[in-house]
Unconditional design. Structure first.
Length: 203
């Protein structure tokens, strides 16, 4: 995710130009700058806070963004936390609960405005305590479009749990647990696991 400072922006532009079409970019994306990142080489832009204001989904802002970049190049970040037995989208660096609860109806409606969903399980994000199985199961059951889950993964067994709980329909990202970021999970092992999954699907 992109930082707000100039150095972060320049690093992001350098990465996008190094692998055109291979990276998605998120962090501070608005209608004012989205095309800059796509023109620089991003395959998609990832957006959350721009389409949520004062804890509410701003449908006109989302429509404006879709009109500008096209739904096929937009990833909607629906990172969420649990409250009162339901998962609610959180914004503003995950500090503010929105009024939008995850449901089959919510995902079906929003799927018409984006190419993919990105969902951080904020309650376990960055803690390397294991995945949020209940959230992954809901995503696998409800999402009509590709969805990537992030949060808590620390072992190859966690990746297997996502594949199982998500019914093979939920992808996963791994961050701080990787050895390249100071964690204990070998990056090479994750790449090998991913390739094995792809080969299994192809058979």
């Amino acid at each position: 995710m992109l930082g707000a400072d100039d150095a972060s922006r320049q690093t992001a532009f350098g990465a996008l130009q190094t692998w055109p079409g291979g990276l998605q970019l998120g962090g501070g994306v608005t209608t004012d700058n989205a095309m800059q990142y796509l023109d620089a080489g991003a395959s998609h832009v990832i957006v959350t806070s721009f389409v949520f204001r004062e804890g509410r989904l701003e449908e006109q802002r989302l429509a404006d963004l879709v009109k500008l970049v096209g739904k096929q190049r937009l990833v909607l970040d629906l990172s969420c936390r649990q409250r009162d037995g339901q998962y609610y989208v959180v914004t503003d660096r995950w500090q503010r609960f929105s009024s939008l609860a995850l449901s089959e109806e919510t995902l079906a409606t929003l799927a018409g405005s984006c190419d993919e969903f990105l969902v951080h399980g904020v309650d376990v994000e960055g803690m390397q305590l294991g995945i949020d199985d209940a959230l992954v199961e809901l995503l696998g059951r409800w999402s009509p479009i590709p969805v990537t889950y992030a949060g808590g993964a620390r072992t190859l067994e966690d990746l297997e749990r996502v594949a199982a709980a998500g019914r093979g329909r939920v992808d996963i990202t791994v961050g701080s647990a990787l050895d390249i970021f100071g964690g204990k999970l070998p990056y090479a092992d994750v790449v090998a696991w991913h390739k094995a999954q792809q080969q299994a699907v192809a058979v």
